[in-house]
Design a protein around this ligand. Structure first.
Ligand code: V07
Length: 262
């Protein structure tokens, strides 16, 4: 895509101007979001929890579009944690059907926007039908060069680190690595995010102020932004608010970070 080669497109520039975001300030390349508060949103309306999840799915579409329009490169969304299996079976079943619902309606636009769908997490433990849908979406979009829409599905950060450690041990045992060779970049290479930049900004909705086993290694230098807004109520404006806060914090570091622009 042209815009990725020649910097920002006219559309991106117009949007940045409208949103009062400076072109010179850094737009975060990678935003990660813990999408909390779907159940609470439904409860407030005396609706079943799954109604909240459905509304939350619509928010995913809205925010993916907005992130793409802003020229953000990676959007990582915590869709299903390893803890979420503890929920009632009916709720888990509904959640496992959401990727298909989402992709059925959004796939044409995903292709049009050149969005690449990826996922991280233990895919093997997901229902076969969900795996099939995810595999198909990843396969169909693997040559797309726009926004990477990265879903964390059955993801847990400690499990990810344990797996990485085991894989590294096997390499050492097989003589492909020595203990002395292991450094931070080795560990990076064995995480599920090895091909992605580290998140610049982490957003968590719904007033909870914890990481809940999300990207523990990768968030070491990330700016955190928390909001009481429930995920189904999160919108373009809330995203801009988070990006403004990010830019304001980054500006304080002055020169050095400014030189990283380009
Ligand atoms: C889920 C909606 C968002 C709020 C959080 C929980 C419920 C989109 C997806 C999805 C996942 C993979 C994919 C395409 C779409 C999704 C789950 C839950 C499990 F390739 N929303 N969403 N997956 N929720």
């Amino acid at each position: 895509m042209l815009k990725k080669i020649f910097g920002k497109s006219q559309k991106e520039k117009k949007l940045l101007k409208e949103q009062n975001l400076s072109e010179i300030d850094l737009i975060p390349s990678h935003i990660a979001i813990i999408m909390d508060g779907n159940g609470r949103w439904a409860k407030k309306r005396a609706m079943p929890r799954i109604a909240g999840h459905h509304e939350g799915m619509k928010t995913v579409r809205k925010i993916a579009r907005c992130a793409d329009d802003l020229g953000i490169k990676v959007l990582t969304l915590y869709a299903f944690s390893t803890e979420n299996w503890k929920r009632p079976k009916s709720e888990v079943d509904y959640l496992m059907g959401l990727p298909e619902k989402f992709l059925k309606s959004f796939m044409p636009e995903i292709m049009e926007r050149d969005i690449r769908v990826q996922m991280m997490g233990e895919k093997e433990a997901l229902p076969a039908s969900t795996q099939a849908v995810l595999n198909e979406a990843m396969e169909r979009t693997k040559n797309n060069n726009g926004l990477i829409l990265n879903f964390a599905m059955n993801y847990g950060s400690r499990a990810e680190i344990v797996r990485a450690m085991k894989d590294i041990m096997v390499e050492v045992k097989n003589g492909n690595l020595t203990v002395d060779m292991i450094d931070e970049s080795t560990i990076n290479n064995y995480l599920m995010t090895s091909q992605l930049p580290e998140p610049d900004l982490l957003i968590r909705t719904s007033g909870e102020v914890r990481l809940s086993n999300f990207m523990l290694w990768q968030l070491a230098y990330t700016e955190f932004w928390f909001t009481d807004t429930l995920w189904p109520d999160f919108d373009e404006e809330t995203l801009m608010e988070a990006i403004h806060a990010f830019q304001k914090r980054n500006r304080r570091y002055g020169g050095l970070k400014g030189e990283e622009i380009n």
